[in-house]
Ligand binder design. Structure first.
Ligand code: UD1
Ligand code: UDP
Length: 367
């Protein structure tokens, strides 16, 4: 009995870490299965990949396809070919994919065409924005998934509305939050803290990497200008995603309080999140982490596939008109940002819940 766990991009590593931990401990306690940890190589820079394996204690992947970057089609196709080749050598019995990146969709298609059952962790979330590559990945993956592990009731509702049988949907919570719960007391102050003499709740943390926000240099420049102009000279720490870096290098922008850094390690990044006055982001995962840590979060996007971060958590979806920064930051400066709660089952025990279901699927064969 072999389970494949697929990971390719930064947020995947954070989501699979607790799953691998749980599998390892159940195997050590006699669960008679083996697993292959498959890294597609979609992300490959040390700061986008291996530092997460080291920090989070994820074992070395069984195999790394080393796919690297490419257009949507070439990257997806290369991942599919590599995974198919692996399955031709040795098939697995179950393929676990997480999230919504190209690696998720590519491997789910290959597994399914080889008659291998697919389990999708973080199934059912929908932005309803078909211009996002991730939304296409989610819909295609869920259209061929056998076992749906969800982070929220709204994800379960979406799946049922698409015709998925209720007994294949398992509302288990959020493995990204398992990682946060495990490491929350081990977060690390990054060197920039002392370099800039940062103070708790007196700086802004910024991340931007969605193609719609960063791929056009004039748009990215304007967004950064508007944030800086409305920041009352508060330090802004901006760990730059490699996709964004390529565009940033095409123009000049100089504000005394805007500080660029390389992509950060998980422990340092979440230390900065925890103590930020506000996080401005277009990330999905970061809106979940700010929700759990109760940190004000401004999501610079038109849609979110994680509505509970807004309805329950501390996140606000503000659209993509840069003029919004003329007003939205004042709510934070005035101390009037809403408070939030932690969504149901975002409690650090999700991987264990997934394991209990997996045992029923593969050992008892009762699902
Ligand atoms: C991918 C995911 C996105 C996710 C993000 C997390 C898809 C379609 N997109 O977007 O959902 O939110 O990861 O960070 O799967 N690059 C490097 N080094 C790396 C990785 C990327 O330099 O290690 C650069 C390359 O120039 C590459 C670009 O970043 O072309 C984009 O990388 P890619 O993996 O295609 O998409 P992301 O924007 O990272
Ligand atoms: N993250 C990190 N360092 C950074 C930026 C993000 O460790 O410099 C972590 C963050 O805490 C979260 C995950 O990366 O766990 C989110 O990944 P990303 O924003 O790249 O992808 P998304 O969630 O939007 O798909």
């Amino acid at each position: 009995m072999i389970i494949d766990i697929i990971a390719g991009a930064r947020p995947n590593f954070i989501k699979i870490a607790p799953l691998v931990d749980a599998l390892k401990s159940h195997i050590a306690n006699g669960l008679n299965i083996s697993y292959r940890l498959i890294h597609t190589g979609q992300h490959y820079d040390e700061k986008m990949s291996s530092q997460f394996f080291k920090e989070l204690g994820i074992p070395e992947p069984t195999i790394n396809f080393g796919i690297g970057s490419g257009s949507q089609a070439s990257q997806t196709a290369a991942i599919m070919l590599s995974y198919e080749n692996l399955l031709l050598v040795q098939k697995s019995n179950l393929c676990i994919v997480v999230g919504d990146v190209n690696s998720t969709m590519a491997c789910s298609i290959v597994a399914k065409k080889n008659n291998i059952k697919v389990a999708h962790v973080e199934a059912g979330i929908r932005s309803r924005d078909m211009t996002m590559p991730e939304e296409i990945n989610r819909i295609i993956t869920d259209s061929i998934t056998d076992y749906f592990f969800t982070t929220s009731q709204s994800a379960c509702d979406n799946l049922r509305a698409e015709g998925v049988a209720s007994d294949k949907i398992f509302f288990v919570g959020n493995t990204m939050i398992d990682t946060l719960v495990k490491f929350k007391d081990h977060l690390k102050r990054p060197p920039i803290w002392n370099e800039l003499n940062l103070q708790k709740k007196e700086y802004i943390l910024l991340t931007l990497h969605r193609p719609s926000n960063v791929d056009v240099s004039e748009n990215l420049k304007l967004v950064l200008e508007k944030i800086c102009e409305n920041s009352k000279n508060t330090p802004i720490i901006f760990p730059v995603h490699p996709r964004t870096l390529k565009v940033l290098e095409t123009f000049e922008i100089n504000y005394n309080n805007l500080h660029f850094t390389e992509p950060m390690g998980y422990l340092e990044f979440n230390f900065l999140t925890k103590h930020a006055m506000v996080v401005i982001t277009d990330s999905g995962g970061i809106t979940e982490e700010t929700t759990v840590m109760g940190v004000p979060c401004i999501t610079f996007r038109e849609t979110t596939e994680r509505p509970e971060t807004v309805s329950i958590g501390t996140n606000e979806l503000v659209g993509t008109n840069p003029e919004i920064f003329n007003s939205i930051l004042n709510i934070v400066f005035d101390g009037k940002w809403k408070r939030g709660n932690i969504p149901d089952k975002w409690d650090g025990k999700t991987a264990e819940r997934i394991l209990s279901v997996l045992k029923k699927i593969i050992i008892d064969k009762s699902i």
